[in-house]
Design a protein. Sequence first.
Length: 528
Amino acid sequence: MLSSLIWILLAGYFAGQVAYRLKAPALVGMVLAGIGLGPQVANLLDADMLAAADSFRTLAVTVILMKAGLGLDRDKLAQQGTVALRLGFLPAACEAIVVALAAVWLFQFSWATGLLLGCVLGAESPAVIVPGMLRLKSLGWGVKKGIPDAILTGSALSDVLLLLVFSLLLAFLSQGARPALPGGIELNPLLLLPLQVALQIGLGVALGWLTARLLVCVLTRRRWTQNTVQETLVAASWALLLVVVAERVPVFSGYLAVMAAGFFLIERDLPLARQLRRGFNSLWIVAEILLFVLLGASIQLDVLGHVLWVGLGVLALGTLVGRSLGWYLATLGSNWTRSERMFLLAGNSAKATVQAAIGAIPLAQGIEGGETILALAALSILVTAPLGAWAIPAFAPRLLARDAVDPAKVLVDAKVQLLAVVDRAISPRVLVKAAELARRCDGSIVVLPISLTAANLAALQPQIRQHLADIRYRVLATATEASEVVQIAQDARVDEIVIGKGADEAGKVSAIARMILNYSSIPVVVVE
């Protein structure tokens, strides 16, 4: 398994980077790398690794749902009213029904088997949608109306609904038995569905709330951790425990509990939530590679051929007819504009994670038509996951309004850059201070010599290399006036200017330092 893990991480990472440089989503390269490494092509992955793929997928989805919860905004959800709830039920339900009708017509499925296929194809992919929505929030697209928050919440709720219906239909088709009360009284599964949905959602939210309280107590009040890595490790372990317990005691939604835990952490301890956002963002870098490479390795290419064109038609009908009707009904009466409603086609259609997790179950349990269901699940992944990952950032600037970002509610990675203004007398202290500030924020430095000859600049190079050895930096051509310094700082878009105080004959701040302080709109740090 170790060699397989090396193959997955290296091939997945570099294939993702190749795709990114070709202006395609990185996950496209990762999925293709998985197909190439998998049993369909090169067969380089160990059988034990493929057998453990479901566990790795569970871990990755847990990470991304915790990220989603930590990025939700209560005010924006309250602003949307019932739109987020309707997005959680209507689009998925309408798509499942249209897919079921198409399957009965095209594949001669029974109504129950058609609905089973509808549940598989109607589920949305958190692995594609969550990163896309969080990126939009960090850039400000649609945040004023809370559109990314509504899509995130609706996606989680729709998966809860469809997975419940899927499990009921699977039990009905494989056994034909109905749950019974003592005394032999049979219960209709469809009548039990509303109760099960309410139980799954209610207990999931309640356990998420309890988990958030526990994490705040352990990580903040009792201080059982000393750094962000430890805090992330504890939070991720508790989140994964929720998912594992939910799989073994299926009375609540583990994934919804994880997302709710992140949401309630924001409400109870915003500084802790900010730290965990950064930690889970780092975890996702590895989890994403594992998720999509193993996803590609699990796709069975040999079962796609005989349903390719019919399958594409079923996917198109489900999305363009069923899901579009659901989107219209979900946003009816809201303040969403026409273009914002159109964005749902790009932002709320991707399928990957759930299809990979449940697509093969009907075939494994001997359901008639299981092979076709598996083939269509694989086809939906290959078609909609890359399209969704590309369409979210591509169409957001065209269809959504851009507003100010609230950095307290989402991780914003800002590249900090400092301008170090150096001369012969003060340069060592300026370089030391600039290096200290850059290390605190993992920033970079632009070194600007001022009023130095070529010989003096050459003599300064060893000091620059010594003090900035572990920091990314670049050296500009020398400047001579304060106005040049301010203009260069603005052109380079630096965040702070670090200058030496210097001194005139009266021991006051030098003239050039005073002018920079007077005319710069960028913050200035003056070194004694």
